[in-house]
Design a protein around this ligand. Structure first.
Ligand SMILES: Cc1cc2nc3c(=O)[nH]c(=O)nc-3n(C[C@H](O)[C@H](O)[C@H](O)COP(=O)(O)OP(=O)(O)OC[C@H]3O[C@@H](n4cnc5c(N)ncnc54)[C@H](O)[C@@H]3O)c2cc1C
Length: 496
């Protein structure tokens, strides 16, 4: 059986993860095929950093926080894959997500802990998925087996939902568009005894080159299609024959300097995926030709279903606020009213986020299938898309030109230059080295290509914010207030 777990070893180790990426996957970077992902300079920082965090799962300090013992296999498995059945389970998952996000400074939008919830949310919908019948498989059963397989092997998933950004002038459900997109959007070419054969492209899969598995589905924008061949969800190994991974320009390729403390170790990469007659075995298909059961899953914003994203964003907000404070201290501007008020604004967002996290925990409930879900968080991804941009802006305003004018490590090491740097580039009570390292961190949050990629990510990663706002409005219950307003404006006007 393809999803057999008899050889599974449970929670990933760093060494196992690094080796797992040497599997012949087809990754393209700057016109060339990458031979060895773990040792390539565009990926090695990120791969080593993930390996380090995976190893924490086995160490004394975090083992009990980051793993649990699988009752079926006896393996220690990552807490990211735990199916929560109680309030206490939800708290355990929160603590695990806090470790993942604090260890990676809130920089990894698609860390393993963020992707596992996608499969868990499918698992919760398994009965609905099974309600659509196909002679070759039971979709709900496939999802349950797949969850178990990922959990027992602690696999790292990437995911790809959108159609290629070629022509958005017609809605995906238009028949005309479907005909034109035969050569474009991912679709089923044929069914065989082994599975479906698929061809087409996908716009954006973060972390694809460093993942074990590629989960493919449709975003809310693309679920309704006139041609059912375009409706599909599945997961395949990232080294599947016929799948090409095209990387964007890396933000990690900086040489020998402390100058990019976030860009170098946390470049998770973003990729286009091209599929050419790729086989998806039947036991890896989760949805085919009929999107109804999955559609209901989208209302909550599928990537905001568990702690991973919430904790990450909280960490990022805390880091940005503290860096802004330290910069203001380092140049002696913290006591100015305007500067303090701006950083106070950052604290407002950070505090609001913490309250919202407590709110979704408070609103947790037992689902029909006996699994716990956090309370509604539909507005939160939009809130963060807005506040993240504002926080970057404030960091820039507080920091001034020091954001771009700092000496490099080699400048500081040069004895001819050093006296000038010590004199003209020091800060208030801090030396030139401390100040430049702090500022370079701020630069990596608010200016560098890594920082800017991150900001673009924060805006788009929950899907189109405008679409999300519209969906939020449509699902917002206004009946009670509307009734009171109608009553108010229908009463006779008072006579003065
Ligand atoms: C850094 C980064 C990482 C990402 N990682 C992932 C990932 O791992 N997996 C994944 O699946 N996706 C990922 N995404 C994709 C993300 O989900 C999309 O960017 C988002 O859904 C918007 O789609 P788009 O980029 O194709 O923009 P478009 O849909 O092309 O939008 C461009 C503009 O056109 C407008 N527009 C488009 N269609 C319409 C319409 N019908 N009516 C009115 N206005 C319209 C939009 O509002 C927007 O202003 C990532 C994106 C970024 C930037």
């Amino acid at each position: 059986m393809a999803l057999d777990i008899t050889a599974a070893q449970g929670a990933m180790t760093g060494a196992r993860y690094i080796e797992s990426l040497r599997d012949g996957r087809e990754v393209w970077l700057d016109g060339e095929r990458v031979d060895d992902i773990p040792s390539h300079p565009a990926f090695s920082g990120m791969v080593n950093e993930l390996a380090r965090i995976y190893d924490l799962q086995h160490g004394e300090e975090f083992r009990d926080v980051m793993t649990f013992v699988s009752p079926e296999s006896g393996n220690r498995c990552s807490m990211s894959w735990l199916l929560a059945r109680s309030d206490e389970d939800l708290k355990r998952k929160r603590r695990n997500s806090e470790v993942w996000t604090s260890q990676s400074w809130g920089q990894l939008g698609r860390a393993p802990d963020v992707l596992a919830p996608y499969i868990i949310s499918l698992y919760k919908a398994r009965e609905k998925l099974s309600s659509v019948k196909h002679p070759h498989c039971d979709y709900g059963e496939n999802v349950a087996n797949y969850h178990r397989y990922c959990m027992e092997n602690d696999l790292f998933l990437t995911h790809a939902l959108g159609d290629p950004q070629v022509d958005r002038s017609e809605q995906p459900q238009n028949e005309q568009r479907a005909q034109r997109e035969e050569d474009l959007a991912l679709h089923v070419v044929e069914e065989t005894l082994d599975g479906i054969i698929i061809t087409g492209g996908k716009q954006l899969a973060t972390a694809a080159p460093i993942s074990n598995e590629t989960y493919v589905s449709l975003s809310a924008t693309f679920t309704q299609r006139s041609d059912p061949r375009f409706v599909l969800a599945f997961s395949i190994p990232t080294n599947s024959a016929g799948m090409k991974i095209l990387c964007r320009e890396p933000v990690s390729l900086w040489n020998g300097s402390y100058g990019h403390p976030l860009g170098v170790p946390y470049d998770e990469q973003d990729c286009m995926l091209f599929f050419e007659n790729v086989l998806v075995p039947w036991d890896r298909v989760f949805m085919l030709y009929e999107s109804g059961p999955l559609l209901r899953n989208f209302s909550a914003g599928i990537n905001f279903t568990e702690w991973g994203n919430l904790c990450r964003i909280h960490e990022r907000m805390k880091v940005m606020t503290t860096v802004a404070t330290m910069i203001a201290e380092a140049i002696g501007v913290l006591e100015y009213r305007e500067v303090s008020a701006k950083i106070g604004e950052m604290v407002t967002y950070t505090e609001m986020w913490a309250h919202a996290m407590d709110g979704v925990e408070h609103g947790a409930h037992m689902d029909e299938g006996g699994l716990m879900s956090l309370g509604s968080m539909t507005g939160m991804n939009i809130y963060f898309a807005q506040t993240s941009a504002r926080m970057v802006q404030i960091l820039r305003e507080v920091s001034g030109s020091g954001l771009i004018m700092q000496p490099s490590e080699n400048d500081l090491a040069n004895p001819e230059l050093r006296p000038y740097l010590d004199r003209y580039m020091r800060g208030k009570g801090v030396d030139a080295e401390y100040k430049s390292r702090l500022y370079r961190l701020a630069h990596d949050l608010a200016v560098s290509s890594s920082g800017m990629r991150q900001e673009v990510y924060e805006y788009w990663h929950g899907g189109d914010p405008n679409r999300n706002r519209i969906n939020l409005l449509r699902g917002f219950d206004q009946d009670a207030t509307r009734g009171r307003i109608e009553d108010l404006i229908s009463r006779p006007l008072p006579h003065g």
